[in-house]
Design a protein around this ligand. Structure first.
Ligand SMILES: Cc1cc2nc3c(=O)[nH]c(=O)nc-3n(C[C@H](O)[C@H](O)[C@H](O)COP(=O)(O)OP(=O)(O)OC[C@H]3O[C@@H](n4cnc5c(N)ncnc54)[C@H](O)[C@@H]3O)c2cc1C
Length: 412
């Protein structure tokens, strides 16, 4: 008989898990308290990033730490006490060594590489190719030392087989004719892509899942129980049983697992976005990471989406618009963009574990209970690969890539 699987959370990760499970003939129920793709997977920069193989907490972070600790750096701000989540912050900093980073980069490279092909395939199957911008992903620097930094970043990426092109001001102007001449150097990663509406992409994947027989329910998950044959998820609507349950609740994943004794050290790298009206012939041609400005600007259907750097704070702490306001000012100096489209900025949380690797797999001592969360800055890119790893594990197949670095038992 076909296995019954309940996936909780319909962000990019949960929807991709549902699709991969269904493809293997399982009976799949996908539960979310909102419509699919309305939380973190809605508000991101929309980049399918081939090059995000170096976790943010690498050796470079230790060099930047004094600047970050001033709490004035546009890329990383923090609110309240950095020690309010001690297990996470101490674990996060402890991973900044060269050895740990090498191991984690190899793991991330495997996941990202596998996901990139799947993303393009899924976009086609879900008839979403009109949302896909195959214009690469551009990093730019304003400072005079930018050229050296771009060169230094290219070499390690090339060692993973990721093609790059180092650009000077003229090369950037050729690619981005509407940008003011403020960038001294750039790095183009051509084997990356972006989308012009991440929320629409996830809801398009969900529609494909529904067409293929996944039952999608709107309900809030309240508790998880073991049954004699598997797991029961109790929701505001009803209780649902599965031979297996996949927890794909992004930044909300730790709470549901805690009563079962799993203490997941989740950190929240919050981020904001604002859309600015983008008159014809004024905006960026591709997603651009302004490294010195500490923000990303991506062309979206709703306008130019400016996303802020990281804000370390409690997931539910009040918003503080300082970081995104500064990013918006700089973006408008760079491109002739119009007024903000929405009344207030969007705010979400990148769900990050201390080693900046997602947890993908069966939880220790809990046969049939699977973790699929903690995708930090790259969950939009790697939901598809995660779905394949989870579905292969539940189906009893060999994993499609070496997923040992993502083992769910490593912190709990
Ligand atoms: C500013 C910013 C920019 C980013 N840019 C990029 C990028 O360019 N590229 C990239 O790859 N990644 C990017 N990311 C990261 C990426 O967005 C996340 O890693 C990814 O969206 C996580 O997906 P998820 O499915 O795990 O979580 P989510 O999308 O948050 O999904 C979790 C789901 O769980 C549901 N839920 C929560 N609690 C319950 C409950 N109790 N019961 C039922 N349902 C519940 C929520 O409604 C939600 O739909 C960015 C993130 C941010 C914040």
């Amino acid at each position: 008989m076909a296995k019954q699987v309940v996936v909780i959370g319909a962000g990019m990760v949960g929807v991709c898990c549902a699709l991969s499970l269904r493809r293997r003939g399982m009976v799949v129920t996908l539960i979310d308290r909102r419509e699919p793709g309305q939380e973190t997977s809605f508000g991101n920069s929309g980049v399918f990033s081939r090059s995000s193989v170096f976790p943010i907490n690498g050796p470079g972070m230790l060099q930047k730490l004094p600047a970050y600790l001033t709490n004035r750096h546009p890329a990383v701000r923090w609110r309240g006490s950095l020690l309010s989540n001690p297990r996470w912050i101490l674990g996060f900093l402890a991973e900044c060594t060269k050895n740990s980073t090498g191991r984690r980069s190899r793991a991330l490279d495997g996941l990202i590489k596998h996901s990139m092909g799947l993303n393009r395939k899924l976009m086609g199957e879900a008839q979403l190719l009109s949302h896909l911008l195959e214009t690469g992903w551009l990093k730019v620097w304003r400072g005079v030392d930018g050229a050296g930094t771009a060169q230094a970043e290219a070499a390690p990426l090339n060692s993973f087989g990721i093609a790059t092109q180092v650009l000077d001001a003229t090369g950037i102007a050729r690619l981005e004719p509407h940008a003011a001449p403020v960038f001294k150097a750039g790095l183009l990663i051509s084997d990356s892509a972006s989308v012009d509406d991440p929320g629409a992409v996830v809801s398009g994947y969900a529609a494909l899942a529904r067409d293929r027989g996944v039952v999608i329910l709107r309900a809030e998950a309240r508790a998880l129980y073991r049954t004699t044959t598997g797991w029961r998820i109790e929701t505001t609507r009803d209780s649902y049983d599965g031979d297996a349950v996949v927890v794909a609740l992004g930044p909300w994943s730790a709470e549901l697992l805690r009563p079962l004794g799993f203490r997941v050290p989740m950190g929240f790298e919050r981020g904001y976005h604002v859309h600015l009206a983008m008159p014809e012939g004024a905006g960026p041609q591709r997603a651009i990471h302004d490294v010195d400005g500490g923000f990303v600007v991506s062309p979206m259907r709703a306008g130019a989406r400016v996303t802020s750097g990281v804000e370390l704070a409690g997931r539910d702490a009040l918003a503080n618009n300082m970081q995104i306001d500064a990013a918006v000012r700089l973006a408008r100096e760079t491109f002739a963009l119009g007024a903000p489209v929405e009344v207030k900025p969007w705010l979400g949380s990148r769900p990050t574990l201390p080693d900046s690797l997602p947890m993908i797999g069966e939880l220790p001592g809990a046969i049939g209970l699977y973790a699929a969360f903690g995708h930090q800055h790259i969950g939009f890119s790697t939901g598809s690969g995660t779905g394949e790893i989870i579905a292969a594990a539940i189906a009893g197949e060999a994993p499609p890539i070496d997923a040992s670095a993502f083992a769910a038992g490593r912190f709990v």
